[in-house]
Design a protein around this ligand. Structure first.
Ligand code: FES
Length: 203
């Protein structure tokens, strides 16, 4: 072999080039960012919504049933107002119509020369509560205009019959006890019960 060949063979091999730098990470493209953001705001799938709706409905149904079950332990109780009243002595009332028990018991106490009776303040047309008009000396129903005498006898308007009277009797002390659950009436074309025992107190 020639010298030239030796020289070439023994010369250290030159580094051919610097090692290539690792490629810099590419910035995420705009489209990739949009996809990521889209995933965050992603709406639940329809099936997921359906499942949530079903469970909510079941929960509401069970809660309603539970409340109805509890309701049995609290029965509805109707507290009826009492129908029996002590209105005092006959001597507490002067002649004419007395209104002091109208609000409490829906009654008027009427004293005449020889008796005391109790008018139940309910219009016989459709059940409104009439007003006592002292200046006109009559009861007047505000609903449809029926008029009644101080004895509760209808004389004008659509009322078909006199107002009823409540039971009244004296107790052992001589006080008057009224019971509005027992009424005496005068049906149209019928006989009046206003003179029956219990319909008045003689004075
Ligand atoms: S309810 Fe009294 S007149 Fe009709």
């Amino acid at each position: 072999m020639s010298n030239a060949d030796d020289t070439h063979a023994s010369a250290p091999a030159k580094p051919s080039a610097a090692p290539a730098a690792a490629p810099a990470p590419k910035p995420a493209s705009k489209s990739a960012g949009k996809i990521a953001a889209g995933k965050k705001n992603e709406k639940p799938l329809p099936s997921k919504q359906r499942r949530r709706f079903i469970w909510t409905s079941i929960g509401a149904f069970l809660a309603a049933n539970f409340l109805m079950f509890l309701r049995f332990f609290f029965p509805r109780t109707l507290f009826e107002p009492t129908t029996v009243f002590n209105i005092g002595y006959p001597s507490d009332f002067s002649l004419g119509v007395d209104e002091r028990f109208k609000q409490l018991a829906r009654i008027w106490v009427v004293r005449e020369a020889d008796r005391i009776f109790i008018i139940f303040a309910r219009c016989t047309h459709l059940g409104c509560t009439p007003d006592w008009k002292p200046s006109e000396n009559k009861f007047k129903c505000p609903c449809h205009g029926s008029g009644y005498t101080p004895e509760g006898i209808n004389f004008e308007g659509p009322a078909p019959r006199p107002m009823d009277r409540a039971r009244v009797e004296l107790d052992a002390q001589g006080e008057m006890i009224v019971d509005t659950s027992k009424l005496y009436s005068w049906p149209k074309g019928g006989t009046d019960q206003f003179n029956d025992p219990g319909a008045f107190i003689p004075v």
